[in-house]
Design a protein around this ligand. Structure first.
Ligand code: NDP
Length: 309
């Protein structure tokens, strides 16, 4: 296995990773960033972003991430295609295996591996993954033009996905397990104002129905005990995310949900020299702007850490 030594290694390419790369480059730390399985991270699966400051007309998730990457590269970051498959954080330099074929020895490490969509855990959901079941409306919505789909969840993501799908599909059911939405007022109002979205309140998905062609229906259990069956062509998950911290466990401490614990406002983890930024350490805000800000903090923390050695 080939080996390479770097001062600052960044794992993950969302707003946190790219911002860390921008700041670390300007601090002459010659950062190397591995993009991971989803270059650009979760934002590449959203449509229009209206709340990232500096873009009064809005910007697509893909374009925003592409711009962040370009900025990091222009300032000297070495952005590479590849997935970190194993780490050893027993001592410095830290050992990080890339694609099971290369080892990076890093003086300091920034973990910005983000979070991944949650599934309900139904057998039928697993069976029809990619055959009508998706966790990304903007990736897969196109395939359901003119059809009927369901979105499960009552948060901002579910509202955004339902509204997006309503622009493509004939009908969108939103399956909400309580009698209120968790989403912000603005997202919720957009849903209520969209005529082809029907919210099914107090419902839980019991089973997805289908055949060899994929999903063709769903069975819901209403709070009252009533069983509701609807014909659908697609079923979209929007029930939250779990943090991608497995790679650095058990070295790096996490909370019960797996979010990396950082020290106060800094990005320092319990392992000196290992820093965390973005959604992998943020169970509260989970916004691109927060992820970017924490990437900045991580790069500044790395700079101070390396100077202190
Ligand atoms: P949230 O955790 O906010 O919402 C998850 C939703 O899924 C909740 O309605 C929850 O129900 C429901 N849910 C969870 N588990 C199940 C289950 N097993 N069965 C049925 N329903 C379930 O996640 P989001 O991804 O929506 O948002 C994450 C964060 O990102 C939030 O802070 C949000 O504000 C933010 N965000 C902001 C956007 C924006 O500002 N443009 C866009 C997208 C996200 P319950 O309410 O009953 O717990």
């Amino acid at each position: 296995m080939s080996t390479e030594s770097v001062k600052c290694l960044i794992i993950g390419s969302g707003p946190a990773g790219y911002t860390a790369a921008i700041y670390a480059s300007r601090a002459n730390l010659s950062p190397v960033l591995y993009e991971g399985l989803q270059p650009g991270g979760q934002l590449t699966t959203t449509t229009e972003i209206e709340n990232f400051p500096g873009f009064p007309e809005g910007i697509t998730g893909n374009e925003l991430m592409d711009r962040m990457k370009q900025q990091a590269v222009r300032l000297g970051a070495d952005v590479r295609w590849g997935v970190a498959t194993a780490v050893n954080l027993d001592q410095r330099p830290f050992r990080v295996t890339i694609d099971d074929s290369k080892e990076i020895l890093a003086d300091a490490l920034i973990i910005s591996t983000g979070a991944t969509a949650k599934y309900l855990g139904l057998e039928s959901e697993e069976k029809y993954k990619g055959q009508g079941v998706s966790a990304c409306a903007t990736c897969d919505g196109f395939f359901y033009r003119g059809k009927t789909v369901a979105v499960v969840g009552g948060g901002d993501t579910a509202c955004e996905e339902a509204t997006y799908l309503a622009g493509l599909c004939e009908k969108v059911y939103m399956i909400v397990r309580r009698d209120v939405l968790r989403a912000s007022k603005a997202s919720a109002e957009r849903v209520f104002e969209t005529p082809n979205i029907e919210v099914l309140w107090n419902c839980n998905t019991q089973e997805l129905l289908g055949d060899e062609m994929g999903v063709n229906g769903m069975r819901l259990l209403h709070k009252s005990g009533e069983i509701i069956e609807k014909k659908i062509d697609g079923f979209f998950l929007a029930i939250g995310h779990h943090p991608n911290s497995e790679l650095v466990q058990p070295w790096v401490k996490t909370n019960e949900e797996g979010y990396i614990i950082t020290d106060g406002v800094s990005s320092a983890t319990n392992v000196p020299g290992v820093f965390a930024a973005g959604d992998v350490q943020d169970p509260h805000y989970r916004q691109a702007i927060n992820a970017a800000a924490s990437g900045c903090r991580a790069a500044l923390d790395v700079e101070r850490f390396l100077k202190s050695l």
